[in-house]
Design a protein around this ligand. Structure first.
Ligand SMILES: Cc1ncc(C[n+]2csc(CCOP(=O)(O)OP(=O)(O)O)c2C)c(N)n1
Length: 650
């Protein structure tokens, strides 16, 4: 049995020796590497945070004390130390444990995360609540810590939280886990500043900061004594230029080696003794402990990882087989979107692209390869990305912002107030629209369509295949106002490349005709409707299939023309049902006075948990066979009672 296998509760690590802790750190890393080898996941970030996790759990007493993981993608060691070792191999699988902290899994998880930049605000809220308790309440002694990556540190939400914390000054430990990386290298003025802090170690400032801070450390108890001893030595060697954080009212300790467990423990203890908001700035190596991930943390950041060579952690394992020629994979919608953009940007210098910290995920790095000065990575700052696009558009440019649908939720006000109110020609590419899979509830791209349907001036489209995505990119960039294009994480239909052609805004198309039913789909789900129509045709039920293309403006004329006289209208979208595309069709039919039963195929109400996209589609009954079942159920429910009892089971 390994040491890790004996740990059920984090308090068990309080009494381990430094040798045992070193062994444990190794075992944690091995377990992560072996698991993520099979499941995929955020390997590099979690490998880099092992010592931070151990140190936090040693100086804190979770769950009485609370540890908040910003984003939550670096918390695998925390999961393994808090009773989830047995189930860890189910990571990110349907029914298994999630990739981010989840309160349903453990009392040690504080907050269901997934989006970057939330940690400090959560921590500030909890600190305020703690300090509102009566002074006699033991809960007042609760220690609170937030671990934030350097890229998330630069996000707007974190900045708002720090700004407020510097004002209210509630005790809170913020660990700045600085590995110089976002998914790609971190960008921005703060990142440059952190670099300087790391490099300079400004001893000349040590004295004044030490003088200011040391008297505030109470001299009681052994931990305080240790902390003080550390502080006396540690401040000398590690206080760096403190301007930024100190200027806004936070105490700063750093820069420390984020893999030196003893030093981290002392720093965290010292920070708690200060009873103030303290930023402990630690330098870590993303991917620490697995050479390929240390060398290329970008590839080992997340979901679709390169193959993991287990023999690098255990020589008895077989090395990876020699590389086979890569199989040709159909192009993704993301690739097609960027290809078309690049093509258009060759002749239109006004086209500029913006990413919020996701140049590789959104494919825009390719745009940057062609036009380095026309790609702007603003960091994890979706709101700024969209409002900055409004600024570019006001100045005559044709900005294209590509965001994952889920992260674009942050930019909703920018879209409403800045882009739509001002009717600006911004193209918003909503990548990962629909189910995204293993990242789970926080990441599914399912809420923006209902949110956007009510926005004046905005056109909203989604293609049935990747060729049509090209057409829609051309169309969108020809519009005088804003357009949102929704496309999924998936590969396309493997259709030949061709140049996009402009389409008419708000015009759908009929793909096949049949007298009994009307299917209307928004986005690539149209392909599944065609398959369902084929299956029903074999039963003698004929369906018309409309590719709507536009959720807004909706092709009401086409829809009402074909809905009249049908037994059932079925709408389909891979998005939240409430207020979505189907509701738009229903409204249109009502307005036109057409009374036909309508069945909405969409995601069930509630959050969609993690798992492979195919499994989730099956679970939600929005894969082709699920839709077929739904249609048969709806037809069965409509049949007159006598006929219904005879109807075959779906
Ligand atoms: C609002 C939001 N935008 C984008 C992302 C995608 N994302 C996940 S982790 C990450 C990089 C985080 O970098 P950092 O905070 O420095 O932590 P590290 O992974 O380097 O430890 C990004 C951009 C996200 N989770 N949330």
């Amino acid at each position: 049995m390994t040491l890790l296998e004996t740990i059920r509760e984090p308090t068990q690590i309080h009494d381990l020796t430094s040798e045992q802790l070193e062994t444990l750190a190794g075992e944690l890393r091995e377990k992560m590497i072996r698991t993520v080898h099979k499941t995929g996941g955020h390997l590099a970030s979690s490998l880099g945070a092992v010592e931070i996790t151990l140190a936090l759990h040693r100086v804190m007493d979770s769950p009485r004390d609370r540890i908040v993981w910003d984003t939550g993608h670096q918390a695998y060691a925390h999961k393994l130390l808090t009773g989830r070792g047995d189930r860890f191999d189910t990571l990110r699988q349907v029914g298994g444990i999630g990739g981010f902290p989840r309160r349903s899994e453990s009392e040690h998880d504080v907050f269901d995360g997934g989006h970057a930049g939330t940690g400090v605000s959560i921590g500030v809220g909890m600190a305020i609540a703690r300090d509102m308790r009566p002074t006699t309440d033991p809960g007042r002694r609760q220690r609170l810590a937030v671990c934030v990556g350097d890229a998330a540190m630069g996000s707007g939400l974190t900045m708002e939280g720090l700004n407020h914390l510097g004002h209210v000054k509630h005790p809170l430990l913020i660990i700045l886990n600085d590995n110089e990386m976002s998914i790609s290298p971190s960008v921005g003025g703060l990142s440059t500043r952190l670099n300087k802090m790391r490099l300079s170690r400004a001893y000349q400032e040590t004295k004044s900061v030490t003088q200011r801070t040391l008297p505030r450390i109470p001299l009681v108890g052994r931990p305080a004594f240790q902390a003080l001893a550390w502080a006396k030595e540690g401040f000398k060697r590690s206080w760096a230029k403190v301007g930024f954080f100190e200027d806004i009212g936070l105490t700063y300790i750093g820069v420390l080696d984020g893999h030196d467990l003893a030093e981290l423990e002392l720093a965290f203890e010292a920070a708690f003794q200060l009873e103030a908001p303290v930023v402990v700035h630690v330098k870590t190596i993303k991917g620490r402990g697995y050479a390929p991930a240390e060398e290329d943390s970008m590839s080992f950041h997340g979901a679709s990882l390169p193959p993991i060579d287990l023999c690098l952690i255990d020589p008895t394992e077989e090395p990876l087989p020699a590389e086979e020629a890569p199989k040709r994979k159909p192009k993704t919608y993301t690739q097609t979107f960027v290809e078309e953009l690049v093509r258009l940007a060759e002749t239109d210098e006004r086209i500029t692209a913006i990413t919020a910290g996701m140049p590789t995920g959104t494919g825009l790095s390719r745009f940057g390869d062609h036009f380095p000065t026309r790609l702007h990575d603003v960091g994890i700052a979706e709101q700024h990305a969209v409002t900055m696009a409004a600024g570019l558009a006001l100045a005559g440019m044709r900005p294209v912002v590509a965001l994952y649908s889920t992260f674009s939720q942050r930019a909703y006000d920018g879209l409403v107030h800045d882009v739509c109110q001002n009717e600006l020609p911004v193209l918003l590419g909503l990548d990962r629209s629909g189910l995204v899979g293993e990242d789970g509830t926080s990441h599914q791209g399912m809420f923006m369509l209902p949110g956007m349907r009510s926005l004046p001036n905005l056109a909203v489209a989604s293609p049935k295949d990747e060729q049509e995505l090209r057409d829609l990119v051309v169309t969108a960039l020809g519009q005088p106002g804003p357009v949102a294009l929704l496309y999924p994480r998936d590969a396309g239909e493997d259709l030949p490349d061709r140049i996009g052609e402009p389409l008419e805004v708000g015009r759908g198309e009929v793909l096949r005709e049949g007298d009994d039913l009307l299917f209307i789909g928004f986005g690539p789900i149209v392909q599944r409707l065609l398959a369902v129509a084929d299956a029903l045709a074999a039963d003698g039920i004929a369906a018309t299939v409309i590719n709507a293309r536009w959720a807004k403006p909706l092709d009401e004329a086409l829809i009402t023309e074909h809905a009249a006289g049908k037994r059932l209208v079925v709408t389909a979208e891979e998005s939240a049902a409430m207020g979505g595309f189907g509701d738009g069709v229903l409204d249109a039919l009502n307005r036109a006075g057409i009374r036909v039963p309508l069945h909405k195929v969409a995601l069930a109400e509630g959050f969609v948990h993690h798992g492979a996209v195919d499994d989730l589609r099956r679970q939600q009954r929005i894969d082709a066979s699920g839709i077929l079942e739904q249609v048969r159920d709806a037809l069965g429910a409509m049949a007159p009672k006598s006929a219904r009892s005879k109807a075959p089971a779906a």
